[in-house]
Design a protein around this ligand. Structure first.
Ligand code: FUB
Length: 449
């Protein structure tokens, strides 16, 4: 909860504030950027992770929460540690490579789920792990080369790969272990490292593999704990690799791990990573963040620093359509929840909480109406729609009544209080009795008539 007088910083990082979202893995499909993340439990004292989550954006600042279409329960063989994962599309299907603790081997394993859309539904593609039985079988990264050959890399502290078959759910040959040397990754293979030697760098975990302009990139968390992000490059998908240096040096981000993913979207390059900077966060409460960067002319990386500010919008946001309440640039105090019928909605709304949607374009003619869908098992509260800040002018205001239950939705409609045109941030500010949940919020829409 936040007092109305509090200052709202123009922060975009972390990109999600409702849940902890570590290990970001971006994917672009059909003009939308999706980020697949893990989920650190609130108040956790280890990586006791149960599920994976999906978020999407079309402007890089307003993110839609698609909930958790994949969890440990999706894999009959998995019982713990829903750790880092990555999703990729092939022939209209979506393959989400995960790692988790295997009850078959009592070690970590790599699995694969298949889905009909980027947000699911997903199911275990083979009913068993793809590769099982080793404590360092974590953090899969996948890439399909121009010749159609797909590669799956993973591992901590060893780096392994397999060549995936075209079906993406089986592989040819055996699991290969990449030889690490000072030249290729900054230090020799784990078993050859000497305790008293300070190496140039040390491959640790979280590989991110891709190709750009004919060069192959392997980014990874490096240096042991605390981790920074470093990278190696190669002319071939399976090496030999050349250690290229640090990308994101260790900073005081309140997290001893880091985990990256890189993608181009709408003409820009983006570097996703995680920090422990969400209030209440830390080493086991990590959140995705993103920075924009430009490759050096020779294809090498600049040094990228973690910022609170994050990135700028790359597209306009239309408020003249049904917008899910779980689409936002920033929020305070709230959570999101799934419902089989309604989908994801916003919950845990208390007085003073707010949602910010960034840079909505109202055009040259003001809307005349505002609609919202809300539900309350108690006495409801007020949904204020304000422009540009939590104390900004009130564009519309809706009194949410008792609707009969937390999932008994009512569509509520009101006229516009203060006409608005042009581009503005929208703040949904929740007001009501102190100390109790006010209402749940599913969607909103502005209309000209
Ligand atoms: O999220 C659990 C583990 O922490 C991941 O698998 C690693 O990459 C590190 O981020």
């Amino acid at each position: 909860m936040l007092s109305a007088a509090a200052t709202v910083l123009p922060a975009q990082n972390p990109i999600v504030q409702t849940w902890f979202t570590p290990d970001p893995a971006p994917m672009v499909h059909d003009g939308t950027l999706y980020v697949y993340t893990g989920h650190d439990e609130d108040g956790a004292d280890f990586f006791w992770m149960q599920e994976w989550r999906v978020y999407s954006t079309q402007d890089m600042v307003n993110w839609t929460d698609h909930g958790s279409p994949l969890a440990l329960e999706s894999f009959s063989w998995a019982d713990d540690r829903a750790w880092a994962a990555q999703c990729i599309e092939r022939n209209g299907k979506f393959y989400w490579y995960v790692c988790a603790h295997s009850k078959l081997s009592n070690a970590m394993a790599i699995g694969v789920a298949v889905g009909e859309s980027p947000t699911g539904p997903f199911k275990d593609a083979i009913g068993k792990p793809l590769c099982d039985g080793n404590w360092d079988y974590i953090d899969p990264t996948v890439f399909i080369d121009d010749d159609g050959q797909a590669y799956l890399y993973w591992g901590n502290p060893n780096l392994y790969y397999v060549k995936l078959n075209e079906d993406m759910i089986s592989y040819s040959g055996k699991v290969e272990k990449v030889e690490q040397t000072v030249e290729s990754f900054g230090a020799p293979n784990p078993e050859l490292r000497k305790k008293d030697v300070k190496y140039k760098d040390v491959y640790t975990e979280g590989p991110w593999f891709y190709k750009r302009n004919g060069k192959y990139y392997m980014l990874y968390a490096a240096g042991g704990i605390p981790e920074h992000i470093a990278y190696s490059m190669s002319d071939k998908p399976t090496g030999p690799w050349k250690y290229m240096g640090e990308i994101m040096p260790h900073q005081d981000t309140n997290s001893f791990t880091n985990h990256c993913g890189v993608i181009d979207y709408k003409g820009n390059s983006y570097f996703f990573y995680h920090t422990g900077k969400l209030p209440g966060g830390g080493g086991f409460g990590r959140s995705s963040a993103v920075e924009q960067f430009a490759y050096n002319p020779d294809g090498t990386f600049p040094v990228i620093h973690a910022t609170d500010k994050g990135v700028s919008p790359v597209d306009v946001f239309s408020p003249y359509r049904r917008v899910e309440a779980e689409t936002m640039a920033f929020s305070q105090g709230i959570k999101s929840e799934p419902n089989a019928k309604t989908g994801v909605y916003i919950s845990e709304i208390h007085t003073g909480d707010y949602i910010k949607v960034r840079e909505a374009d109202f055009g040259s003619q003001s809307p005349a109406k505002f609609k919202a869908s809300a539900a309350s098992a108690l006495r409801g509260g007020t949904l204020e729609v304000r422009a540009d800040s939590i104390g900004g002018k009130v564009i519309a205001e809706i009194a949410v009544p008792h609707t009969g239950g937390w999932e008994c939705w009512q569509t509520l409609e009101t006229g516009i209080k203060t006409p608005i045109t042009g581009v503005h941030d929208i703040y949904f500010v929740f007001k009501g009795r102190k100390g109790c949940k006010l209402f749940n919020f599913d969607w909103w829409e502005f209309a000209r008539e």
